[in-house]
Design a protein around this ligand. Structure first.
Ligand code: HEC
Length: 252
């Protein structure tokens, strides 16, 4: 008797093969995350806010959806280190971190439309109803702020701000070495970056607000200047350094 072998090709494999981004080699940075973060959000999505409270039920639904559909690439903890993501270029984003910085409308847009506008292998998830996509947004944020612990399944590290900080320090050191920025500018960048990060934690409403990433960052910087946490000179320098790191391709 002949055995019938059913070959099931998971969605992520198909998507992985469809990756078309030329990009730089893996590990070289420059995967364009910064540009995507500053891209204009299409009118259909711009300004929408999450109608689903991040309660236990939502996080449970989001966690199930995440484990089945996302962890293969983004990793159990949302660090972008899932097994199916390692060969992708650009690599899957550390969404536990991104979701702390980015607004509802950005995340909902990116989950819904995937990498289509940017030619990446991030699949679009419009097949999931809107509530499910918002549950996923809630879950990604909860992974990043420690409200939930990663479900182990696919593999990958739990989100750890220390790892994020170490990665940033490495990028800055490389930028100094390549004369993209000076040592002093690297320090300024770290100081201002930490202050911005702290502000986001103490003012969670900022990530819910509308406006694109550029506008929101400018608003945070001017608030920090008003509160005398950083100087205007540091704020201006930060944006300039940020731009140079972006253009150099060192900052992902
Ligand atoms: C085939 C692998 C793959 C799968 C599966 C996948 N992603 Fe992604 N995702 C990526 C890649 C690669 C990127 C980076 C490129 C981009 O932003 O388009 C990305 C980017 C994102 C971003 C943008 C983050 C940022 O910082 O800009 C979000 C949000 C996201 N994914 C959420 C999800 C969610 C939620 C799921 C599950 C429903 C999922 N992804 C499933 C590969 C994947």
């Amino acid at each position: 008797m002949k055995k019938v072998i059913l070959l099931v090709v998971p969605m992520f494999l198909i998507a992985a093969c469809a990756s078309q981004d030329g990009g730089m080699g893996p590990g070289m940075g420059g995967n364009g995350m910064m540009e995507r973060h500053h891209a204009e959000i299409p009118a259909e999505y711009a300004g929408i806010t999450n109608p689903i409270p991040a309660d236990t039920e939502s996080l449970e639904r989001g966690g199930e959806l995440y484990t089945v559909n996302c962890a293969s690439c983004h990793g159990d903890g949302g660090m972008g280190d899932g097994p199916a993501g390692s060969a992708l270029d650009p690599a899957p984003s550390p969404i536990a971190h991104s979701s702390q910085m980015m607004t509802d409308d950005y995340l909902f847009w990116r989950v819904s439309e995937g990498g289509t506008p940017f030619n990446t292998s991030m699949p679009p998830w419009k097949v999931l109803d809107e509530q499910s996509r918002w549950d996923l947004v809630n879950y990604m944020r909860a992974l990043g702020d420690g409200t939930v612990q990663p479900v182990s399944g696919m593999g990958g590290a739990a989100y750890d701000p220390k790892i994020q900080a170490a990665q940033q320090a490495e990028i800055l050191a490389k930028a100094v070495e390549q004369d993209v920025i000076t040592e002093e500018e690297a320090d300024t960048f770290t100081t201002v970056h930490d202050a911005v990060e702290q502000y986001r934690i103490t003012h969670p409403e900022v990530i819910q607000s509308s406006g694109n990433a550029t506008e929101r960052e400018a608003a945070i910087l001017s608030a920090l200047v008003d509160e005398n946490i950083i100087t205007q000179i540091q704020a201006d320098a930060f944006q300039d350094i940020h731009d140079r790191l972006g253009t150099s391709g060192l900052m992902p």
